[in-house]
Write a protein that binds this ligand. Sequence first.
Ligand SMILES: N[C@@H](CCC(=O)N[C@@H](CS)C(=O)NCC(=O)O)C(=O)O
Length: 307
Amino acid sequence: MSQPMPILHHFDQSPFSEKIRIIFGFKKLTWNSVRISRIMPRPDLMPMTGGYRRTPTMQIGADIYCDTQVIIRELERRYPTPTLFPAGNAGMPWALGMWTDRPFFQNTVTLAFGFIGDKVPQDFIEDREKLRGAKFDVAAMAAALPQMRDQFRANVDWIEAQLGDGRQWLFGEFSLADVSAYMNVWYARQSVATIDEIVKPLPRTAAWEERVRAIGHGARTEMSSADALEIAVKSRPESPVFDDPLDPNGRKPGDIVSVMPDDYGKIPVRGEIVSLSAQHIAIRRSDERTGEVVVHFPRAGFLVIPG
Ligand SMILES: N[C@@H](CCC(=O)N[C@@H](CS)C(=O)NCC(=O)O)C(=O)O
């Protein structure tokens, strides 16, 4: 039986979405694209996620995947070849995401918005203040630009050093590590017109960036958010129930929990555990607009709170 097509809820300027778009390209997938607004509200998406608001999310029928970690895990499970985890590299490409998605990303965000400076729209600033629960201080970001340039250069210099023996990809063969690191270079290139002052003197990185870009985005068809919601209504979640006998806190299917990121966008999503493992938790919830859905989250970087 043919697999249902993944639906990516994303916006064009989103670097985390670019990660997934490149993976669609690498795996030569056909996918549905739902373009969401860069800022809240997202009225057709929130009934599916239960309030999780970071971008992107992936939907397959009535299963909703929040955060690129679980999106990638599910894409790799459904479409194992070509793999993002070539032999000998099953763990470290994930762990490297804690560098690319956190300090390297925060460096790139500050560089990007510091560069754009007072041209950042006020409604965007207000939205991201809600997301962060802290001031989105564009003037402070602009003042930090010299420091951010230094940090960005140090980050990309690690890419240059890793490619130093002439290899094409960070771990020898193409892997998740390339996609995750590329996200930041891509993002800087979208927003910082002078980024080549830092990237161009690093010839291996510049050539590697071009190789990743050339992978493309696979075959994409646009879909409306209303049609995506309708698919969730008409589908049943596919997630099997499974237990984790080694769960260090004794959590099990049937427990009611709230799950949220530990850094920003900390909106708890409440539901009943369907399955869990060291890297994944799936919870069942119902919404009057979607019926029953199963929402999937990673474990690394997420809080699971009883009740
Ligand atoms: N760890 C998350 C981070 C996602 C993230 O921070 N995305 C940005 C956009 S690229 C975001 O959520 N911005 C606020 C929003 O879209 O509401 C992931 O891997 O998916």
